[in-house]
Design a protein around this ligand. Structure first.
Ligand SMILES: NC(=O)c1ccc[n+]([C@@H]2O[C@H](COP(=O)([O-])OP(=O)(O)OC[C@H]3O[C@@H](n4cnc5c(N)ncnc54)[C@H](OP(=O)(O)O)[C@@H]3O)[C@@H](O)[C@H]2O)c1
Length: 359
């Protein structure tokens, strides 16, 4: 595989920091540019990120002295130096849409963690194990944008990355309805206990916009390409409640599911165990070997013990049992800034690279 030069837009943020750790030794992608807001621009990365660095590993030596660029003012210079960019910024939705489209039109593909383009009909929202075929819509998007190389591909919200993977291999039993309650880590808001002390010994029963995303985004992931757009699926019916809990990393979901054809418990466990996607077949560098992992112990998965399974890219599931109102219930967990954000972005980029989309 050839190597590609990449930029990280939003490099000083929580997701940007994860990108730095995942990419500084990546076999295919080489960090060439770091960019953020005008507040950080012109400073060496270590100074720009300062006390906001919240990873347990230190800032990699080969990144510390890179001078941060301005994501908007320097976009032409950035696009010239890289083969594509990862983007994770905290800006207004219309500003993010304009920024991502500007990079795409500069013939610089954008792998986005932001929500601004998730429902643009010709922008693929990809969980590589679930809907890798959606990248084919990029051809139609390039036609709309008038580009040869440039395009936008997005990651879904972190909240759905535990229960959608667990439900996906069960779709063959005809899922009628799903109820999911999520228990989401504070890093999902770009925060630590130091920067958000109110979260210690606390739970906040509201995360702005999260329930809408958690109910709608799975239907795009399970959608189909029709003509020049991805047509969202009309089922299953999904209802959610999303809570912020005092956990540093790792989103947990308690899931209830009703089927058209109720499987046995054994059939569900087998479907999880045997499920593998294109990333496993292609042996992409960031793909977990076993995507879905079932724990027999009653007290698993636990955020602290299990979020880092296979580099934070695997999904942990437990407590599968029959329910009195739905058919089954279970609990699942994924690392929100790895599988749910930067790691999922890197895996999607590997899928695109393996299919020639950055050439
Ligand atoms: N955290 C998660 O688990 C998670 C999961 C999935 C998706 N996301 C999404 O990823 C994005 C970033 O989240 P985060 O948690 O990393 O946020 P964050 O920690 O608040 O970081 C925000 C980043 O955006 C940059 N930024 C702010 N205003 C900017 C501007 N005008 N121009 C260019 N850059 C600007 C900041 O740069 P400065 O340091 O210079 O201000 C910083 O690098 C959001 O869209 C979020 O919804 C987050």
């Amino acid at each position: 595989m050839k190597t590609y030069n990449v930029g990280i837009i939003g490099a000083t943020g929580m997701v940007g920091q994860r990108f730095i750790l995942l990419l500084h030794n990546h076999p295919w992608f080489k960090i060439k540019v770091l960019a953020a807001s005008p507040r950080s621009a012109g400073k060496p990365y270590s100074e720009a990120v300062g006390a906001k660095w919240s990873m347990t590993a230190p800032i990699p030596e080969n990144v510390k002295d890179i001078v941060v660029m301005d994501a908007t003012a320097d976009k032409e210079a950035i696009a010239e130096q890289v083969d594509f960019v990862f983007c994770a910024v905290d800006m207004k939705k219309d500003e993010i849409k304009a920024l991502e489209e500007a990079y795409a039109k500069l013939e610089c593909p954008v792998i986005s963690n932001n929500s601004a383009n998730r429902f643009t009909p010709d922008v693929p929202m990809v969980v590589p194990e679930i809907n890798p075929e959606h990248i084919e819509i990029i051809k139609a998007q390039r036609q709309r944008l008038g580009t040869k190389r440039g395009f936008i591909a997005v990651k879904s919200n972190c909240s759905i990355q535990s229960y959608v993977p667990a439900l996906h291999p069960l779709m063959k039993f005809g899922i009628k309805s799903v109820l999911a309650c999520t228990y989401q880590a504070i890093s999902g808001a770009g925060k630590t206990f130091e920067s958000w002390p109110e979260m210690v010994d606390n739970l906040i029963p509201f995360i702005g916009g999260e329930e809408e995303k958690s109910e709608k985004e799975p239907l795009k992931v399970w959608g189909k390409i029709e003509g020049n757009e991805i047509k969202v699926a009309s089922s299953p019916a999904i209802t959610t409640q999303c809570l912020r809990v005092p956990v540093s990393d790792g989103h947990t979901a308690a899931v209830f599911v009703k089927f058209e054809n109720k499987p046995t418990k054994e059939e569900i466990l087998t479907a999880w165990k045997e499920f593998a996607g294109v990333p496993q077949e292609l042996e992409l560098p960031s793909a977990p070997k076993q995507f879905l992992n079932y724990f027999e112990e009653d007290n698993r998965p636990q955020a602290k013990l299990d979020r880092n399974l296979e580099g934070g890219m695997a999904i942990s599931i437990g407590r599968l049992r029959e329910d009195t109102q739905y058919d089954y219930k279970f609990v699942c967990l994924s690392h929100n800034t790895l599988r749910g954000a930067a790691g999922g972005g890197v895996l999607m980029a590997e899928l695109l690279a393996a299919n020639g989309y950055f050439d």
